[in-house]
Ligand binder design. Structure first.
Ligand code: ADP
Length: 777
């Protein structure tokens, strides 16, 4: 009975929600219609008068718009855009801006003009007193969008700036001082981290966070949300143990080690452990001496050897290991694995060890976004991610209808029995389409497959351009030509993202001929681990009502099925070319993809639980750091705790120098303690497998250790501050920290630790928990 009542109330709640969403949508449509009534009048105004009219909408209190004000604002935006950009915004673009202005994620198909919608919303926020960060996916798009939309911003009297990864602090400060700043999401994070290391207010770069408008919101907020951004400092030489690499190279799968079903973890068997012990001179890996040092090193070396494959997971270029980011299928610059693994891969490839450093601070994309009081975003594929967006960010998704209905023909998947048969069919399909002159865009999962495919096409005299690991601007220029007559473009996922593919080439000159042939033909050489990535690839064709087509190829022995649906029934009806005609084949592929999605979601939720605590600690520490940085708190506290020393220093150097010296000392120790705390947490996670012995849940154990450690941290920082204050020489030119061995790291650098392909070191260990032990027993 209670259950039934529950269901009823849930149903009623859904109904109410559905009703209110419908009412809301209706209201927005009428606001957009009302915007039309201003149009005639606005057309007659001079540019100056338009700017003045916009100024009347200004508020400093971040107030929401009334419907009447919103209609006027949209009308101004439309007129302004016509004049400055030569684009007349479609109603759906204005509609989208209204949703963005109420802090939602909008789903708009590729080519519907998200850049303009986003700029209109950013202006709308800026007029109400918000500072806005538009988070782009890369340097190229940050700059391009800011420059492209610049004239519209200027007409509204709203300042706009952009930042790329190569911007200097001197360039960043004025860019952030504008009302609206376009920047790659990673740079927003790195600036936040770097600002947490300064010791003078004048050195701060980024302003108080206001609104963040996230472009490609599902990639950033869901796919990459777990990626930690890392700020590291104080260089030393990394150590890579080539001997261990040589030892694990001799181990055999099945006999010495096993991998789990998803090939995310590898673990030694008893025989493997024995073999390693012998090779290392008869040591006992599980003895107190080795269990915390040699054993983890062997595991990391084994992981590098077995689970990371050259040209799939990383490239070796110019004597360095470069990671391939699976989400984007391209080389991710500045990324490295957690230090131990990076060194192990370098050892495996017999490369010199790259410099490592101490992690000074780190933040995940998810925490970065949470740092903003207001979040909104846009993407082509949000609906499929709506559960995650709601659960992790309390964001709702609004689906914006296309301006022109989509007429792209999405063919059903073609499923082959084997990878070879599938590859053959893919090449044949490309060649056949190319023979007619129809442009083909091929999406592959990784760089190695792109190159293999290009080689096979070359054998058939089908010329193609391969997009991977180039710089963003070059990629954009190449992909813009993917719709040209006769073009064959092979691209890993996301290469050239954000660039429009026009039929008949970038200038559209040859459009009619290409339309005749059916428009851009998108071929996916395998399904991704989530249907959203499939949809993103498909969406590159059929923009703005263009004709187009898409088809995906899969195979029953491909990675998706073998990893995620290993028990799928073997195909029974296979034709001479290897095409599977069983009714259930497509179902198997869909099922495998859903399992993959669920697995990822579970990992995401798990990491989220771990990161919550550290994020909260980071926030508490941040508040204290800010108070120390901006006020005389450090001096006041020291006056209380060390009154005699305080009085003596005050007399010797005066209040200003004393205040500054106290601040320098206190910040130094707070930052040191935080870096040590992070290192401790990393050790804690590395050691987590041992806890499985105590049958505690790892997360509970993690909390049990991390919470008191954090409490101690604050006391420890105070204690060290006091000690230094008593000891460090303080002269008219300040505290001589360097002489007392309290130097701050002079070199810092930033990187992303990508989660793929094995998850963070934490997750890896987590998932490997029982299994490592299994090797021991
Ligand atoms: P998205 O990011 O949604 O894929 P873009 O913002 O890159 O789309 O815009 C796609 C293309 O549509 C661009 O070439 C842009 O100039 C064009 N466009 C955008 N809005 C309009 C409009 N209102 N009228 C005509 N063309 C437009």
């Amino acid at each position: 009975m209670g259950d039934r009542a529950n269901r009823l109330s849930h149903w009623f709640w859904r109904l109410l929600q559905g009703r209110s969403a419908a009412v809301d949508a209706k209201r927005r449509n009428s606001v957009v219609r009302a915007a039309g009534t201003h149009q005639q009048r606005l057309r007659e105004l001079t540019d100056e008068q338009l700017t003045e009219a916009a100024a009347e909408l200004r508020r400093t209190d971040r107030a929401d718009y009334s419907d009447a004000d919103l209609a006027l604002f949209l009308a101004l935006a439309r007129e302004g855009s016509r004049r400055t950009l030569d684009l007349d915004p479609f109603d759906v673009q204005l509609l989208s801006a209204t949703w963005l202005l109420s802090g939602q994620v909008v789903q708009m198909a590729t080519g519907e003009g998200k850049t303009l919608s986003g700029a209109i919303a950013a202006i709308g926020y800026a007029l109400r007193g918000w500072t806005v960060h538009v988070a782009s996916v890369n340097d190229y798009l940050a700059r391009r969008d800011a420059e492209w939309m610049g004239p519209l911003y200027r007409l509204f009297g709203v300042g706009v700036g952009w930042i790329t990864s190569s911007s200097t602090p001197q360039e960043r400060r004025p860019a952030y001082a504008e009302d609206v700043t376009y920047a790659p999401v990673s740079e927003l994070g790195f600036d936040l981290l770097r600002d947490r290391t300064v010791t003078e207010v004048a050195e701060l770069v980024a302003p108080e966070p206001g609104v963040v408008l996230v472009d490609e919101a599902d990639s950033v907020l869901v796919d990459e949300a777990r990626v930690p951004l890392v700020l590291a400092g104080s260089v030393d030489e990394g150590s890579a143990d080539r001997d261990l690499a040589a030892v694990v190279r001799l181990l055999r799968a099945g006999m010495h080690y096993e991998t789990d079903d998803e090939a995310r973890n590898v673990y030694l068997t008893g025989a493997g452990a024995e073999a390693v012990e012998r090779a290392l001179g008869g040591i006992d890996l599980y003895s107190a001496e080795h269990v915390g040092s040699t054993l983890p090193a062997v595991n990391v070396a084994l992981h590098a050897e077995v689970l990371l494959t050259k040209d799939v997971d990383y490239l070796v270029r110019e004597g360095k290991v470069q990671l391939i980011n699976h989400g984007r299928g391209r080389v991710a610059r500045l990324q490295r694995w957690p230090d131990g693994l990076q060194a192990a891969v370098e050892a495996k490839e017999a490369l010199p060890a790259s410099a490592t450093g101490e992690v000074l601070d780190t933040i995940t994309v998810q925490s970065l976004i949470k740092h903003y009081p207001k979040v909104c975003g846009m993407t082509g594929t949000a609906l499929a991610a709506s559960d995650q967006l709601r659960d992790f960010y309390q964001l709702r998704v609004a689906e914006i209808p296309p301006n022109e209905p989509c007429v792209r023909v999405d063919e059903p998947d073609r499923v082959y029995a084997t990878v070879e048969a599938k590859n053959k069919a893919v090449v044949a399909e490309i060649a056949a389409a190319h023979a007619t002159g129809r442009p083909v865009l091929v999406g592959t999962p990784d760089v190695a497959e792109s190159e293999q495919l290009a080689a096979r096409l070359a054998e058939l005299d089908v010329p193609c351009v391969v997009l991977n690991a180039k710089n963003d601007a070059e990629e954009a220029a190449i992909i813009a030509e993917a719709g040209a007559h006769g073009a064959v473009t092979v691209s890993t996922q996301m290469a050239g993202r954000g660039t429009d593919i026009r039929l008949g080439g970038a200038d559209g000159a040859d459009r009619d001929r290409v339309v005749e042939l059916g428009g851009l033909y998108v071929i996916g050489t395998s399904r991704h681990y989530t249907s959203r990535l499939d949809d993103q690839l498909r969406g590159r064709s059929g923009r703005q009502g263009d004709p187009g087509g898409s088809v995906f190829f899969s195979s029953m022995d491909g990675e998706l099925v073998t990893r995620h649906a290993p028990d799928a029934p073997a195909p029974t009806k296979v034709d001479a070319d290897g095409l599977v005609t069983d009714k259930g084949a497509r179902h198997t592929i869909d099922h495998a993809q859903r399992v993959a999605e669920a697995t990822n979601l579970e990992v995401h939720a798990n990491t989220w639980r771990y990161n919550q605590l550290t994020a909260e600690h980071r926030r508490i520490l941040g508040e204290r750091r800010d108070a120390l940085l901006r006020t005389d708190l450090a001096a006041r506290e020291l006056a209380e705790r060390c009154p005699e020393r305080h009085a003596a220093v005050l007399e010797a150097v005066g209040e200003q120098v004393l205040e500054d010296a106290a601040r320098q000392i206190a910040l130094h120790h707070l930052d040191r303690c935080w870096a040590e705390h992070l290192a401790m947490l990393a050790d804690l996670r590395e050691g987590i497998h041992l806890w499985a012995l105590s049958r505690e849940s790892p997360i509970a154990e993690f909390h049990r250790a991390a919470i008191p450690a954090f409490k101690e941290l604050l006391g420890e920082a105070d204690r060290r501050t006091e000690e230094s204050f008593l000891e460090v020489k303080i002269t008219d030119s300040g505290a001589e920290l360097g002489a007392a061995g309290l130097r701050r790291p002079n070199a810092t650098w930033t990187y992303l630790v990508h989660e793929n392909p094995f998850g963070s070191d934490l997750e890896r260990t987590m998932r490997g928990v029982g299994k490592i032990l299994k090797g021991a027993l």
